[in-house]
Ligand binder design. Sequence first.
Ligand SMILES: Nc1ncnc2c1ncn2[C@@H]1O[C@H](COP(=O)(O)OP(=O)(O)OP(=O)(O)O)[C@@H](O)[C@H]1O
Length: 268
Amino acid sequence: MLEVKNITVAYGSDTVVKDVSFAVKPGEVIGIVGESGSGKSTVLKSILGLLDSRGKVLGGEILLNGENLLGFTSGRMRQIRGKEIAMVFQHPELSLDPVWPVGRSFYESIRVHREITKKEAAVQGRKLLEALELGEPDKILSSYPFELSGGMCQRAAIAIAMANRPGILLADEPTSALDVTVQKQVIETMMQMRKEFSASILIVSHNIGVIAKMADFVGVMRRGQMVEWGTKEEVLYSPEHDYTKALIRAVPKMGGELPAAAEEVGHG
Ligand SMILES: Nc1ncnc2c1ncn2[C@@H]1O[C@H](COP(=O)(O)OP(=O)(O)OP(=O)(O)O)[C@@H](O)[C@H]1O
């Protein structure tokens, strides 16, 4: 279980995350929604210990199964990343090395954490891609990222993120660079991974449609603060905060009519 407790984060003298708390329990999908600049990515980077040199967590705790990650050395955090907590980004290029075939990325991401032969990694990669029904696993494993569509790259990146069976997958705008039909497939891939490995997912997005489709619990961030938190039904169908109401109204495809529209993946 991951517990973010009262974290405050600043870049230099600019405090961009203020006293934010939430928990990601086993198997749950948590969605954090909020406009650009509200601090969502900063929360994810704080969890992974990936803030740049200007960024600093000024207060609070980030507990992974009761241990405070903020006290971990960078070496220990490297062991956590990918193994206990994996991450997918908006652009799959950040997870897939452009000069390697997908299968090599798969092998390298496992090899960081345990000994494995290329052959074994290929067998595991094939199994994972088969489970995801991505079609022609061997072809995907032998392809370079530039030979695959953006959606296929992102789905392969999600499979690679899950290669070490992490308990938690963090996803930062994983569908935002993709068109709507492909967004749906990427969401399905994440949900399949969750089922296959009983993983928890923490997804941040400005796209409320994506959050509506995936999350069990939803947090709404505005200017560094978590202004609303509750079950998906509570937050999206009967929002209390004016900012949440405005966010929902701003989704063109939903037209403010969430109950039917939550089935759709809208443009954020
Ligand atoms: N490396 C950085 N150095 C200085 N300020 C930063 C840095 N990264 C983010 N910020 C600032 O911190 C605030 C929160 O940014 P953050 O990226 O966490 O928001 P976000 O909600 O994820 O938005 P987006 O989806 O646009 O990334 C913004 O005001 C942003 O300008």
